[in-house]
Each structure stands twice: as structure tokens, then as C-alpha cells.
Design a protein around this ligand. Structure first.
Ligand code: SF4
Length: 189
């Protein structure tokens, strides 16, 4: 699993499409763009080059790529990458564990999370003592579901503590107050 810590401010809120207003590929009266160039066949190199050139000048390229990955949009050129170039990123996304996303969610942002990131949010919320109601609000789930997640977290933490090796017994103290050295035990230890 890949863990990262990207700039939290960069994360797009779920359902936020405002970035599209700045997209270079938005066709207007003064800037006509043929949407077909973003859906080329693999051998249509001229179309691909034209689309990539537009993406290269686009100020919302990152948001466009994130939106495509998070929505599982595998068709067409997005964020300057063709379908083939984006495929490994789609596969990698499921394994993302980005703690800046976890922290942004705890702070109240509504952003896309992978399963691993949702689990990390539950652990962080539990450790910070957030109420089940707050967790439910953060993850947009019911309070019953939040209670269940906290129960599972409590159980997992208890098991983890039980798995920890027992603390080693300190050597007996010297009746005179001095610590005993290894040679004092008279064994081959
Ligand atoms: S990165 Fe490319 S496809 Fe995405 S909005 Fe910009 S121009 Fe359009």
C-alpha cells in the first residue's frame, strides 16, 4: 500500500465541479473545441497530440485527473493522459493511503477516500475521542454504522494490545540499593 501526504488544500471536495469552468477544453463561441479529439482511437496520433497540447495549457489539469480517477472514468483523455496511460493510476488508486486526506476529513472536508483512508479516519476519530455522531457526519453514514465502526476499532485495538509482547521483568533490586550486574546471578546467562 502506498502512503502519501499531499497538500490537503489541493484535494477536491466531492461533488465539486466548479473547476470545469476553467477547463481549456470547454468549447465557447470564441474558443471552439471539438470534443471528439478527447476520444481518439489509439492510432489517431494527431488527435491525441492536439488534445494533450490543450491539456498542457489547462489550469485545472490536476483536478480533472483526480475527478476522472475518483469517478472511475476510464474513457477518453483526461488530465493530459490517454486511457492507456491512466489505466495503472486507476489500479493504484484503490491502494492509496494519503494521510493528508485523512486529516482533511477529520477537519470536516468532504473528499474522496479509499477504503484504507476511511479505516484510517475511523481510527483517528476514535483516538481523538470524536463522538459517534461526529464520525457519522464526517463519513456521511448513519449513527448506527458509526457505532459499529467504533466497536470494531475498539476490538481491533484490544487485540493489538494483547499481541504486544509482555514487558520484561526487571532484574531484582540489590537489597543494598545497588543494581545487580549480570555476573551477580551466577549463571551462564
Ligand atoms: S486537463 Fe484536458 S481534459 Fe481536463 S479539463 Fe483540462 S483540457 Fe479538459
Amino acid at each position: 500500500m502506498t502512503s502519501t501526504t499531499n497538500n490537503p488544500a489541493r484535494h477536491r471536495s466531492l461533488g465539486d465541479h466548479t473547476w470545469q469552468a476553467d477547463a481549456v477544453c470547454q468549447s465557447t463561441e470564441y474558443n471552439p473545441v471539438d470534443p471528439e479529439i478527447f476520444f481518439p482511437n489509439p492510432d489517431e496520433t494527431a488527435k491525441i497530440a492536439t488534445a494533450k497540447s490543450l491539456c498542457g495549457q489547462c489550469p485545472v489539469r490536476r483536478a480533472c485527473l483526480d475527478a476522472a480517477l475518483e469517478a472511475g472514468t476510464t474513457d477518453g483523455i483526461r488530465g493530459g493522459l490517454t486511457e492507456e496511460e491512466r489505466r495503472p493510476l486507476h489500479e493504484k488508486l484503490a491502494h492509496r493511503l494519503d494521510y493528508s486526506r485523512v486529516n482533511a476529513t477529520i477537519a470536516g472536508r468532504d473528499i474522496h477516500l479509499t477504503k484504507a483512508e476511511r479505516r484510517a479516519v475511523v481510527h483517528a476519530a476514535y483516538r481523538h475521542g470524536l463522538t459517534e455522531q461526529r464520525l457519522a457526519w464526517l463519513l456521511k453514514i448513519t449513527e448506527e454504522h458509526a457505532q459499529k465502526l467504533y466497536r470494531e476499532t475498539r476490538r481491533a485495538l484490544r487485540h493489538r494490545d494483547l499481541d504486544q509482547p509482555a514487558p520484561t521483568t526487571p532484574p531484582p533490586a540489590d537489597p543494598d540499593g545497588d543494581h545487580l550486574g549480570r555476573g551477580d546471578f551466577g549463571t551462564a546467562a
